[in-house]
Write a protein that binds this ligand. Structure first.
Ligand code: GCW
Length: 668
């Protein structure tokens, strides 16, 4: 229903490969798994996938229920394998064993074998013991029930249309894709919960939500819903949403009882409160912890989580107010209650303190909190990074964030340690990505943007993987595994984030995007508005002073990070303008002045974008035409965008500063 449009199979195309695999691997034996219905369903998904994939890649058939001695692929229950993990043993090319303590591990093991086959590797390359780095590996969809997607760049929702829920083959395929990269949780509705979406926790939608949830469950994916904090008023008719009010608590108790009785496989809720006009506990003089704990205590008996977003800031700031700093807001609002958040609350923190800009420092809340469950939120929907028109492979950025040393503990103190739960030994932790999919034929608007979906899942499952390895896997599986095609695609993906950064806003200052839609250049678009997003450029210099002389934001970090950022001489240059107001003639480490750096990087960024486009052009005729044309057309739009950025930024700073380009290039 509603799923009538056709769609691609992304990296699970399973088209015939050159390399031969032994026909015995098509003879499968499963043993040791019990009678639990959910486990059985997940096992069934794994076997179905093996059949589909093995037959597709090899042209050889799969038979289940082979006697153990005759089976090429044996699937065994082994209670000693960690939760969600799997062990692959390959004794010889015709004998593979997959062991797991639960069916989900088997599913992941099967996908790992199929990945190796798609990449034409020996199966022994897939051998070993694997278990996920992060407990929660989650996608956040910002889909509205009308069918449109907030910050969506690939069509409409495939979950909702005209106020109804869609469930069908497309849902199942999506569950397969995300499961194949290790995603185990998904929020289907926008964090801005309005209108019909507030009613998702009522009888109006239970049947359909359940049907959808069952499909996800078969692929080991837990369903989460975004919750309207004021639902007790909007649908419950109460006159308050005060988390301390007994009437409010009683209402939520009743509601949750029904919700958990009616919706299977429900992991909990995501809440955006007191943020950008959404209701929350602040209205009643309560803290964010009061709000989160009230809900968490109620859902605890269902073993469920409250994931509470930290994107809380004053979005009514006056640009003349030099003291208020949006970057400080997350820490200021959440740090004082560190230790007060209950055990089944997770605070979900955006990677940077502002809002998914192409370059931001890591949020000081990550690791700033030391007694609270934390989860990292990244955005693969390319809101500020090119709308899935411009190519922007984001995995290198996510790696930088994960590798950042927070100094929150003497050891195990990187963001990866914090969000995986390793740093403080907590099990409620993980990573979430604001998702980039929609009902476009290719799911992600730009075919190349699927690398971010694939990559996010793979990275959340295994944080040790490199950006290169992930890009190679994705390219090898998505295109034929021919080395020159794969190489070209990887060569385009890897530098693409830096290229995008070069032709957009310089040295961490961010914004300069067109207000509202956030695509294209508008240097002053956010300068005199109310969002707390300034660059503060004048005729002498640019940048926001967030040092101890300015807003003091730099001091929110643990030492030695605080000192490093506080001092313009030690502040990493790519973030210089985020932390400091700098004059145009300041000499950078490269020996260039700031103004010359701005000119040079913009000319270079544009030229590099042209070079990426040309590389793509070299693939014409070598890959599927639909895909070739899709990306080629987007590259033309990217070049137009890059040129506008280059010219507007360069002209703006030339006119502000009056300092000419040393190389006398054309600046308007
Ligand atoms: O950056 C802003 C986006 C909003 C979004 C918000 C958030 C879902 O422009 O569209 O709302 O972030 O993260 O809540």
């Amino acid at each position: 229903m509603g799923n009538e449009r056709k769609w691609t199979q992304l990296w699970l195309k399973y088209d015939r490969r050159q390399k031969e695999y032994d026909a015995d691997l098509g003879r499968v034996n499963v043993s040791g798994f019990g009678e639990d219905t959910v486990e059985k369903k997940v096992l069934e998904s794994a076997l179905k996938e093996w059949k589909r994939g093995f037959e597709g890649y090899t042209g050889k058939s799969v038979t289940e229920d082979t006697a153990a001695e005759e089976a090429g692929l044996r699937i065994l229950k082994d209670a000693s394998v960690p939760a969600e993990g799997y062990v692959i043993e390959v004794t010889d090319p015709s004998h593979v064993v997959v062991k797991a303590s639960e069916a989900k591990g088997v599913l992941y093991g099967i996908f790992a074998l199929l990945r190796a086959m798609g990449l034409e590797q020996e199966l022994s390359e897939a051998a070993g013991s694997f278990s996920p780095s992060n407990p929660l590996r989650m996608l956040n969809h910002w889909d509205n029930m009308s069918g449109d997607i907030e910050r969506g760049y690939s069509g409409n929702s495939f979950f909702f249309k005209d106020g109804e829920i869609l469930v069908g083959d497309r849902t199942r395929d999506y569950a397969r894709f995300i499961s194949s990269v290790g995603i185990n949780a998904i929020v289907i509705n926008n964090v801005n919960v309005k209108q019909q979406a507030t009613w998702l926790i009522t009888d109006r939608y239970f049947d359909k939500v359940s049907e959808l949830s069952r499909i996800l469950e078969e692929y080991g994916v837990k369903l989460f819903l975004s919750l309207n904090y004021a639902a007790c008023m909007e649908i419950g008719g109460l006159d308050s949403a005060d988390p301390m009010d007994p009437k409010v608590i009683a209402w939520w108790k009743e509601r949750m009882k029904e919700v958990f009785a009616r919706i299977p496989n429900l992991g909990g809720f995501l809440v955006k409160a007191d943020s950008e006009g959404r209701p929350g506990p602040f209205t009643y003089g309560r803290t964010q912890a009061d709000g989160a704990n009230m809900l968490a205590d109620i859902v605890k008996e269902y073993d469920a989580l409250i994931i509470w977003r930290c994107f809380v800031y004053n979005c009514q700031q006056d640009w003349r107010d030099l003291k208020t700093d949006r970057a400080r807001a997350g820490y200021d609002n959440f740090k004082p209650m560190d230790g007060d958040y209950h055990e089944n609350v997770i605070l979900q923190i955006k990677n940077g303190p502002m809002d998914f800009q192409i370059r931001e420092p890591v949020s000081p809340l990550l690791g700033g909190l030391t007694k609270t469950n934390q989860m990292l939120e990244v955005q693969i929907a390319q809101e500020y990074t090119g709308h899935q028109i411009d190519v922007c492979y984001l995995i290198p950025m996510f790696k930088e964030v994960l590798d950042f040393k927070t100094y929150c503990a003497p050891e195990n103190d990187t963001v990866a340690d914090v969000v995986s739960g390793r740093a403080f030994g907590n099990k409620n932790a993980g990573m979430a990505a604001v998702c980039n999919t929609g009902d476009d034929e290719n799911w992600t608007g730009n075919d190349l943007a699927a690398a971010n979906l694939y990559g996010f899942g793979r990275l959340a499952f295994d944080m040790e993987l490199t950006s290169e390895a992930i890009a190679e896997e994705w390219a090898g599986l998505t295109f034929e595994n021919k080395s020159e095609v794969k190489k070209t695609v990887v060569t385009i993906l890897l530098p693409s984030r830096k290229v995008y950064e070069k032709y957009t806003s310089p040295l961490g200052i961010g914004w300069m995007v067109r207000p509202h839609d956030h695509y294209g250049c508008s240097v002053d678009g956010y300068e005199y508005d109310r969002w707390g997003t300034y660059h503060r450029a004048d005729h002498l210099g640019i940048g926001v002073d967030r040092s101890h002389n300015g807003t003091g934001y730099a001091l929110q970090y643990h030492q030695p990070n605080a000192d490093m950022y506080d001092d313009p001489e030690t502040c990493p240059e790519e973030l210089l303008l985020f932390f400091h107001h700098v004059s145009y003639d300041k000499v950078l480490k490269s020996g260039k002045t700031l103004i010359q750096h701005i000119y040079d990087s913009h000319f270079e960024g544009y030229d590099e974008a042209v070079a990426l486009r040309d590389q793509w052009k070299s693939l014409e005729g070598q890959i599927e035409n639909r895909c070739y044309e899709n990306v080629a057309e987007r590259f033309e739009r990217q070049l137009y965008n890059a040129r506008e950025w280059k010219d507007q930024v360069n002209s703006y700073f030339f006119r502000k500063s009056g300092i000419p380009d040393e190389k006398n290039r054309e600046i308007y």
